[in-house]
Design a protein around this ligand. Sequence first.
Ligand SMILES: Nc1ncnc2c1ncn2[C@@H]1O[C@H](COP(=O)(O)OP(=O)(O)OP(=O)(O)O)[C@@H](O)[C@H]1O
Length: 451
Amino acid sequence: MVAADISKVYPKDTEAPAGGVDDMTRLLYLHEPGVLGNIKTRYEHNQIYTYAGNILIAVNPFQWSPYLYGTHMMEQYKDADLGELSPHVFAIADVAYRAMKKEGKSNSILVSGESGAGKTETIMMLMRYLAYLGPRSGTEGRTVEQQVLESNPVLEAFGNAKTVRNNNSSRFGKFVEIQFDKEGHISGAAIRTYLLERSRDKERYKLGAGPKSFHYLNQSNCIEVDGINDSQEYLATRSAMYIVGISEEEQEAIFRVVAAVLHIGNIDFDEGTEVDSSVIKDDKSRFHLKTASELLMCDCDKLEKALITRIMVTREGVITKTLVPELAIVSRDGLAKTIYSLLFDWIVNKINVSIGQEANSTQSIGVLDICGFENFEVNSFEQLCINYANEKLQEYFNQYIFKMEQQEYTEEEIDWSYIDFVDNQDVLDLIEKKPGGVIALLDEAWGEGTL
Ligand SMILES: Nc1ncnc2c1ncn2[C@@H]1O[C@H](COP(=O)(O)OP(=O)(O)OP(=O)(O)O)[C@@H](O)[C@H]1O
């Protein structure tokens, strides 16, 4: 028996159906325990999807159910109104597709959730269903949906990493735009990526010493992952690269760049003889510097200079400043990250050329895959960017779901009780508002050369 203050107890709907309700708006009491309880009840009845109005909540079942996503299911959801059948990801795609056709306007579906929640799988289902609704007309061979799906292994090979939560976690945001012609048939697709997390936990590329010997790979002490066979993954990546049209020569260049990034990470510095300066630490570091420059086909001396100095543009003119070893490391890591993300952008561009983007497309359905909020023990600039992006999405959600709806009720003089929601305007002001906002402070630090 527990004694509790009545004001702190949430009421329970004693007459709620045993299997829960398929739309949260039908809950008698709409509070957090009620919402979570409903999701749990449904999950126990093998229902992983639940609506909250026109938003779909999905619980990752971690077990495959072919029945749930088969052609038979697709046939049922085609042209069915939202809410007519059990909640399903196909229903969301169907609404977006029909609205696009009816209004002749593009639509977007936002898929959000924390790492491992099932975003990537959900997006695959959305694409399969859209390809089912509007197959590309008059073309032979692979469908756009197939091509977009085939590009996944390549994107994953360069954009994913193992995290504590997910062995194959996407470390980038993705916006897949499926383009349609006037008849509603798929006419092309484009993949846009953003917010790539660039921090990453063999003889031709001088990688003989193995992953343990590379600073960028040995930080986590996790070199092998159960159930993942690196040589098989490598072969799969190579064949996926051929499929998306990356030639043998280009693949060779890609691996050269990746190897160069690893070698750059192993260049260490010592204090130089001049004040606030640094030099390449020893022969080992010099070997990595030389190998990196060979792989990148650039001048070794110029690469060295780029690492241990910084060029600053001031009102008085351009100044070359030497860097202390700690700052040379920052500059080294910055260079490695930039090279890696440019490589990733290049690969994405290559994939888009191969899929065939329609330049004059007027209607499309975009599917946005974005990591949910992140809060690690040590958070970096990348977490700030991800969390800021999520705050912006939350603002959009608040704007559309709460503020506008409530405004409409007021205007139409409908009797309603105000729903309390957490307005995140303060957080956004903190980041955006000038002066004093985080962005303004970062700008200033950048200008002064302290960043
Ligand atoms: N609808 C589903 N049915 C069955 N299994 C699923 C489903 N959704 C996700 N999973 C399982 O959960 C795993 C993680 O899902 P997924 O990779 O889609 O997560 P994510 O949200 O994209 O993660 P991250 O943000 O870290 O990339 C998948 O590899 C798959 O095994």
